[in-house]
Design a protein around this ligand. Structure first.
Ligand code: 3MF
Ligand code: MG
Ligand code: MG
Length: 412
């Protein structure tokens, strides 16, 4: 092939995107509770060892482009749209007014707001630092986010505590730090109760998001399970207002099975919000878009969520790759991520309705014929053939994933 001149590359991408097919219409995409974070759309490709590869864009651009794609909901960090120095001031409310206008113009709703408690130097010793002043500032920040959330019509507040941990051992007393962290959440919940009452709105759902490491070396609440224990430990004044925002890749990062982590959150009644992305076990938080690494596992995850009636947001918390251009972020990265989610979600419906999987599962639950249940050999023998169905179910899931259940075969 001849070299492609820069001026013809966008057209090539557009043509190949069309040739790929399988896209859903914006109207169809809007039927799902898919949320687009400001930070994902505006991510410029920067990281510890990485210079930005894309130009900066603001919320007007992100909201407009999400609207065109058919992403119906928008979410943001406070400082993703409001400069730190303007927080809580008149300038903040002017910006919030602009955001409201943009959302209305492009037909989006704000689903979630979150406080950035990891980027600014003030968080160097975490939002639950020893200094009462830092903690008072943290309380101001989370309460201010509650105000912004109500003003924008959000239903959720999310907390990724980022720097709640340490680089070096012994510098921090863990129980005290956790109680101080709880104090900030308590301030947010109590403030929320008052604001919700005044505004005649339901209170926000406050969702904790765990990540096992990064940016700190050691993290005080590293997993969703740790957060469930924290919620019910007695340190929160309103544990009923606090649930989870698990993130798929954050669970993989510590070697967990995301589906099992989600199942534990479901049992606790705390699966309220879900950050969707993909990546690899025991590695950096690469934030690859959903389904590009573990499509079969993702299908399994969505089967679990569908069968338990999960109706919260699916938040596209991933990072368009550094190799993708500003144009590509909204022409390829977001629409394809949304479409893979929809495909996997609908496929999860196929799995639930599949007669082979259904009969196999029912048979496994029915068990073998009655034997003496105090006789290990007899119980084992009564189920020997039945248990082969486990592998058959897994094979059937694979068939559903590749379309073999609809007759797709290869002749050699
Ligand atoms: C970090 C994350 C965060 C959180 C966000 C919401 C930048 O790995 O996943 O995204 O989701 O801070 O609170
Ligand atoms: Mg996240
Ligand atoms: Mg993440």
């Amino acid at each position: 092939m001849k070299p492609i001149p820069a001026g013809k590359q966008q057209a090539l991408v557009t043509r190949l995107m069309k040739a790929s097919g399988g896209t859903y219409s914006p109207a169809t995409r809007r039927k799902y509770y898919i949320t687009g974070p400001q930070w994902a759309g505006a991510y410029q490709g920067q990281a510890l060892f990485h210079a930005p590869t894309r130009e900066a864009i603001g919320f007007e651009d992100v909201i407009r482009e999400y609207g065109k794609i058919g992403i119906g909901y928008w979410a943001t960090h406070d400082t993703g749209v409001i400069p730190t120095a303007a927080l809580g001031k008149d300038e903040q409310w002017a910006i919030v007014g602009q955001i409201q206008k943009s959302l209305k113009k492009h037909g989006l709703a704000c689903s979630m707001v979150t406080t950035e408690t990891f980027f600014h130097a003030v968080w160097a010793a975490s939002p639950a630092a020893e200094s009462p002043q830092v903690r008072a500032y943290a309380a101001f920040r989370v309460c201010n986010t509650v105000d912004v959330g109500h003003e924008l019509g959000a239903q959720f507040a999310v907390y990724w505590p980022g720097s709640l941990g340490y680089y070096t051992q012994g510098a921090v007393e863990e129980t005290e730090t956790l109680k101080w962290y709880a104090a900030a959440l308590n301030a947010a919940c109590e403030h929320d109760i008052a604001v919700a009452k005044k505004k005649k709105r339901p209170a926000l759902k406050h969702c904790l998001e765990a990540k096992p490491f990064e940016p700190q070396a050691e993290i005080l609440l590293p997993t969703s399970d740790a957060m469930l224990a924290f919620i019910s430990s007695g340190v929160l004044t309103h544990p009923e207002m606090v649930g989870l925002n698990p993130e798929y890749l954050h669970e993989l990062m510590w070697g967990a099975a995301p589906r099992a982590a989600l199942a534990r959150a479901i049992l606790a009644g705390k699966l309220w919000h879900f950050d969707i992305n993909d990546g690899y076990r025991l590695k950096h938080d690469v934030d690859i878009a959903i389904g590009l690494v573990n499509p079969l596992d993702w299908l399994n995850v969505l089967v679990l969520l569908r069968s338990h009636g999960y109706n919260g947001p699916f938040n596209l918390d991933y990072k368009p790759p550094r190799t993708t251009s500003n144009h590509g972020v909204f022409a390829v990265s977001f629409p394809t991520a949304v479409d893979r989610f929809i495909t996997l979600w609908e496929m999860a419906g196929d799995v639930i309705a599949d007669p082979v999987i259904k009969e196999a599962t029912d048979a496994l639950k029915a068990g073998g014929e009655a034997v003496d249940t105090r006789d290990a050999e007899a119980v084992t023998a009564a189920h020997r053939e039945l248990l082969t169905l486990h592998e058959l179910v897994a094979h059937r899931m694979f068939q559903l994933l590749v379309g073999a259940h609809r007759g797709r075969t290869y002749s050699v």
